[in-house]
Design a protein around this ligand. Structure first.
Ligand SMILES: Nc1nc2c(c(=O)[nH]1)N[C@H]1C(S)=C(S)[C@@H](COP(=O)(O)O)O[C@H]1N2
Ligand SMILES: [Mo]
Length: 325
């Protein structure tokens, strides 16, 4: 196995802080490319425009903005939308942060989600039908990447527990496994065959049932932009960001613990649990602090990313597991 290739390159790049000047410069470049307004159909060529008219975002736009749930607030300022939407991890479109433009190639309509495994009624549900069955709300969440940068986002969506109520898992289900689309003709990163595509993530049923586990369908008061993982992604704010899988196509209920994408690449560095803990360093760098996206400020990282009160109880009795990597 060519370990040097399979080691996630973003981890190496991000262990070095991005100086603010580089950041500002990059934004100028992006603005020059017209990326800031890429969602405006007027900038897209003809065929792309026709396709955009049919994507999940335009078809669900009337649902937004949704009502904010004030139980989920934070003491930090929100990361500006233009910053957040031009600095993304989405390996399907490249192993760097500037994938926003490439991600526009993703077709999000029709978008069927397969629900299978240990459930009463396995089957397929169209994304838009799913939305009709679930009331949406907005939550302000922290997001802490394993690379030690962080952001603060207004996500729209529904609690994962609401999806569980629809899917009706059997009592034998112990884990939830999520899978992203796999289409190398659209997502150039998936032509890199040394990665174990498609991207997979997983949680225990207890974690999935926790109030904080959130299925995201929008951000910044709008349908989810493609670079954020349209039309449906996960947000698990107490875990390292790689657990929050984007562009979900398949949700399986399993008895066996799923092996996630990064775990398969480097299990000693990116484990199944991946709960945020400032006192447990990554094998190659410290997790004590984080760089706040946009401001560049360095602040102390908090246990469970500040959500210990809500989630610490999930892990009692599991102390023998490697919970923080
Ligand atoms: N399918 C998929 N989901 C993914 C990733 C990815 O490469 N592919 N990257 C993860 C990582 S490492 C992070 S930090 C977040 C980034 O989310 P953002 O781009 O919306 O900030 O998405 C996560 N979900
Ligand atoms: Mo990440």
């Amino acid at each position: 196995m060519p370990t040097i290739h399979r080691r996630p390159r973003w981890a190496i790049a991000e262990s070095v802080a991005t100086p603010e000047c580089v950041f500002a410069n990059r934004r100028t470049v992006l603005a020059g490319l017209g990326l800031g307004a890429i969602a405006g159909a007027g900038l897209l060529p003809g065929t792309a425009r026709a396709q955009a008219a049919e994507d999940a975002a335009s078809r669900t736009a009337s649902l937004y903005p949704v009502k904010r749930n004030d139980a989920y607030r934070i003491e930090r300022p929100l990361t500006p939308e233009d910053v957040n939407s031009t600095y993304n991890n989405f390996y399907e479109f490249g192993s760097h942060k500037q994938i926003a433009r490439a991600a526009q190639a993703l077709t999000t309509h029709p978008w069927d989600i397969e629900i299978d495994g240990l459930v009463e009624k396995p089957g397929t549900i169209a994304f838009e039908d799913l939305l009709k069955r679930l009331p949406l709300e907005e939550r302000l969440y922290r997001h802490r990447c394993v690379e030690a940068w962080s952001m603060t986002v207004p996500w729209s969506g529904f609690p994962l527990s609401a999806l569980l109520a629809i899917a009706k898992p059997l009592s034998s289900a112990r884990y939830l496994r999520f899978e992203t689309f796999n289409d190398p003709s659209v997502a150039g990163g998936q032509k890199q065959v040394w990665y174990p595509w498609p991207y997979v993530e997983g949680v225990t049923m207890e974690e999935a049932s926790n109030d904080l586990a959130f299925m995201v369908t929008g951000a910044y008061g709008k349908p989810l932009a493609k670079q954020f993982g349209a039309p449906l992604r996960l947000a698990l704010p107490w875990k390292y960001g790689f657990k929050s899988i984007k562009s979900i196509r398949r949700i399986s209920f399993t008895e066996k613990r799923p092996v996630s994408f990064w775990e398969e690449i480097a299990a000693s560095e990116y484990g199944f649990w991946a709960n945020v803990n400032p006192d447990v360093p990554h094998p190659r760098w410290s997790q004590a602090e984080e760089r706040v996206l946009h401001t560049g400020e360095r602040i102390p990282t908090q246990l469970f990313n500040g959500y210990a009160e809500e989630v610490a109880g999930l892990y009692s009795g599991l102390e023998s597991e490697q919970l923080y990597r």
